[in-house]
Design a protein around this ligand. Structure first.
Ligand code: GLU
Length: 473
């Protein structure tokens, strides 16, 4: 890509894919099929604004791969939405789902609007109209394509989507499974809101628990005491900061689009968000120093840098100034392939997006399963487990003649609630994926970085499932 050409996110994904494809055994044709976006639906529809004017809205839904059904991926509301971006994000969803063994094809949607410039009523109209456009073209459904939140959307938008879909599909018993990330009262699952941030935390914690990897980065084992910088205080960034802080790390820098703040003694994300709500900006947070530009936060000296906003924030231009020892890609595509080359030279470990931020879709999978089974997690086993634990504890106390203290008793007796099962399912998924990718990386000294290892894992899994379908020999 020459300097004159505009940045293409999809091209970046293809570039990383090709870099990894060399380390797989698959024919060129198979690799081409895996890489291609199967269906791209670009739509335009009118919406009447509150002032009576008519605006034509540009929107997309891309289904990158149908090797598994349904397709899965969020819907983004942003001024920056374009076909190239949605295609790239849909591709990443395919690879992400494959890596964490979530049986979906990749999809993504986008509406080209800045949600801050629309009233709630206008946003509801746009979301409902977008949903009915998807229904008309058979681009949404629990067995077809299942959207979820992404940048600029949340559970409120998902509630509008499910309501619109269900009203257009009367009698569809599984209609509630047409979208995930819903409010719990509308068929959502407990634990979905914090899932992506928690998944990022579990993934990075696993990496930090690997003595060889930490020795290479010149860091001690574990999360405790590590300095962290988070770029973006949306849902993902907020929960990343929260989980790292709660586990003993120090969040020394936080960036938002209006600016960035730094405090070597650590920042409390909840206080920062409160301050932002009250003043309209994260700047001038008590005790913290303002940084001149929000992008300055990416160049702070720290152990772990978490870009948790948009793509292409670390690229050939600023990558040489990044001083973090580990980068945890909580956003999709925050670092370009050119930045990867710089990290390789500088010995920075970049833990890649397509697996690290898979917590969201993993818990979406749990939500979808809950919707299809029509039963809350834990409903069947909670009481049984508590009764069993009580009997076991009673026997132990009787035989040993000793009493277990109250804190331990409560913990041991507790039967799993929905959120316990969701969190532990997520933890298991993220630990498993981290180890699998590290094993691929370590087993071949030619593989240059963790992203390439993650792509190798994804390509092999997607290609294998094509051959299971009998499509490829
Ligand atoms: N938008 C999230 C992502 O990029 C979640 C997708 C989903 O849950 O389907 O992974």
């Amino acid at each position: 890509m020459s300097a004159q050409q505009p940045y293409s996110f999809f091209h970046s994904v293809e570039k990383s894919f090709d870099k990894a494809a060399k380390f797989t055994k698959w024919d060129l044709g198979i690799l081409e099929q895996i890489k291609a976006c199967n269906s791209v639906y670009q739509m335009r529809f009118p919406v009447k604004r509150d002032d009576g004017s008519i605006e034509v809205i540009e929107a997309y839904r891309v289904q990158h791969s149908h090797h598994k059904a349904p397709c899965k991926g969020g819907i983004r509301f942003s001024d920056e939405v374009n076909q190239d971006e949605v295609m790239a994000l849909a591709s990443l969803m395919t690879y992400k789902c494959a890596i964490v063994n979530v049986p979906f094809g990749g999809g993504k949607g986008g509406i080209k609007i800045n949600p801050r410039k629309y009233s709630e009523y206008e946003l509801e109209k746009i979301t409902r109209r977008y949903t009915s456009e998807l229904v008309k073209k058979n681009f949404i459904g629990p067995g077809i394509d299942v959207p979820a939140p992404d940048y600029g959307t949340g559970s409120r938008e998902m509630a509008w989507i499910v309501d619109t879909y269900a009203s257009l599909k009367p009698g569809d018993i599984d209609a509630v499974g047409c979208v995930t990330g819903k409010p719990v009262s509308q068929g959502g699952v407990r634990g979905r809101t914090e899932a992506t941030g928690l998944g990022v935390f579990f993934g990075i914690r696993e990496v930090c628990n690997m003595p060889d990897v930490m020795a290479k980065q010149g860091l001690t084992v574990g999360i405790e005491g590590k300095t962290v910088v988070v770029q973006g205080m949306g849902n993902v960034g907020f929960y990343c900061a929260k989980f790292f802080r709660e586990h003993g790390a120090k969040v020394i820098g936080i960036a938002e689009y209006e600016g960035a703040i730094f405090n070597a003694n650590g920042l409390h994300e909840e206080e920062v968000v409160k301050h932002r709500k009250a003043t309209g900006s994260i700047l001038n947070f008590p005790g913290a120093t303002n940084l001149v530009k929000n992008t300055d936060a990416l160049e702070l000296e720290c152990d772990i840098l978490i870009p948790a906003a948009l793509e292409n924030v670390i690229n050939a231009e600023n990558a040489p100034r990044v001083k973090a020892k580990i980068i945890g890609e909580a956003a999709n595509g925050p670092c370009t392939p050119e930045a990867d080359d710089v990290f390789a030279q500088k010995g920075i470990l970049c833990v890649p997006d397509m697996y690290l931020n898979a917590g969201g879709v993993t818990v979406s999978y749990f939500e979808w399963l809950k919707n299809l089974s029509h039963v809350r997690y834990g409903r069947m086993e909670k009481r049984f487990t508590e009764n069993l634990n009580s009997r076991i504890l009673g026997q132990i106390e009787e035989l040993s003649g000793k009493k277990v203290n109250e804190v331990e008793r409560t913990f041991i007796m507790h039967g799993p609630d929905e959120v316990d099962l969701v969190h532990s399912g997520l933890e298991e998924t993220m630990i498993g994926a981290t180890r699998e990718i590290m094993d691929i990386w370590m087993s071949n000294p030619e593989i240059p970085d963790m992203r390439t290892a993650a792509y190798v894992s994804a390509i092999n899994k997607v290609a294998n499932s094509y051959s299971e379908l009998g499509i490829f020999p």
